[in-house]
Design a binder for this molecule. Structure first.
Ligand code: UT7
Length: 319
């Protein structure tokens, strides 16, 4: 069995940037509150006619270019999203059609902000066992459409975007280990209850969150997940070149880095400019660090996600 390696990364952010000062003019909030509580300064918001699959398509094309591959090489597409274009077909199938990859297997993964970590874990197994040779793994969201833009407790936190990686077999580098977790009994602390039934939307179509409960769970679950995975893999926190956590809040990221023992200079953060882009946040941060040459071949990376469900997970890899 070979390793499954990330061979190329890509991302896409919608053109429109919504700054904290724009939000100040619309709701009872302040740049000072948002920056001091979260580290977020701005977020991107998709145009009315942009769908999750459009964001995913742009990120996927960038990742394929970076890998030196073409859509026809892809035999597996996994899209992690909480904001699919429609109930079905899956966003992965819509992306397959837009890319023109007729024969690739395609499905969505729903683990909210942990979706990309779950999707990468699945793709890694499918490529490492040899059943597939070229996986496109995408995290893509238009989370802005789940927000009540009059609710200052939630609307300032999130943004839209997409990130993608291409995973292929490799003899030497690749995923060293993974850890996934979930606790369905905590579903109520972060959720969108709305759904379609008998021709009507039932439940609340907007995001509801107990921010402090999510904060505590994120630090505890991700801290434990990182410690377990590093111990199992025989890798020390000091051996990590880069830590790329879910980009929700600088205070969560800093608390987590301290808990696991990772120096702050080794942490990739994009939350200031992207906000929380849910399943897109980790691949967006990874692509940012690859393109600005912080991440390079042979380095050891720890990727982590946490989100609704509640779900969480970690991927340790040699890039
Ligand atoms: O992918 C996972 C997604 N979710 C998260 O990661 C969220 C994790 N949680 C958090 O990041 C933090 O809990 C928040 C940033 C959401 C909130 O920070 P906090 O320090 O826990 O604040 P809080 O909820 O305790 O609210 C403090 C005060 C409240 O006012 P009172 O009741 O003390 O008078 C809020 O009403 O801040 C008020 N507040 C705001 N004020 C200005 C809440 N949102 C805002 C706002 N602007 N946008």
């Amino acid at each position: 069995m070979s390793y499954a390696r990330i061979r190329g990364t890509g991302s896409y952010l919608p053109e429109r940037v919504v700054t904290n000062s724009e939000l100040e003019s619309r709701i009872d909030t302040s740049d000072e509150w948002i920056v001091s509580r979260t580290g977020i300064e701005a977020r991107h918001v998709a145009a009315d006619d942009e769908l999750t699959s459009d964001l995913a398509l742009a990120a996927a094309r960038n990742a394929l270019d970076a890998a030196g591959l073409v859509p026809g090489d892809v035999d597996l597409i996994i899209v992690a999203t909480t904001t699919p274009d429609m109930i079905f077909p899956s966003t992965a199938c819509i992306l397959q059609d837009k890319l023109g990859v007729g024969a690739a297997a395609a499905f969505d993964v729903q683990a909210v902000c942990t979706g990309f970590i779950y999707a990468l874990t699945i793709a890694e197994r499918m490529v490492a066992t040899g059943s597939h040779r070229c996986a496109l793994v995408v995290g893509a969201e238009v989370f802005s459409r789940l927000l009540d833009w009059n609710d200052r407790r939630t609307c300032v936190l999130f943004g839209d975007g997409a990130g993608a990686v291409v995973v292929t077999p490799d003899a030497e580098h690749g995923v060293l280990g993974t850890h996934l977790g979930a606790d369905g009994s905590l579903g109520h602390i972060l959720r969108v209850t709305g759904g379609i039934s008998e021709g009507q939307v039932r439940g609340n179509p907007f995001l509801e969150m107990d921010g402090q409960a999510v904060f505590r769970l994120a630090v505890r679950a991700l801290g434990e997940s990182a410690q377990k995975l590093l111990a199992e893999s025989g890798v020390g926190a000091e051996d990590l070149d880069w830590f790329i956590p879910h980009q929700a809040n600088m205070r969560i990221i800093n608390a987590l880095a301290d808990k696991v023992g990772i120096a702050r200079e080794r942490v990739v953060t994009t939350v200031a400019r992207h906000g929380n882009t849910s399943a897109a946040s980790v691949p967006l941060a990874l692509d940012t660090a690859v393109r600005d040459a912080r991440v390079s071949a042979g380095q050891t990376l720890l990727l982590q996600g946490v989100g609704g469900g509640m779900t969480w997970g970690s991927v340790l890899l040699r890039y």
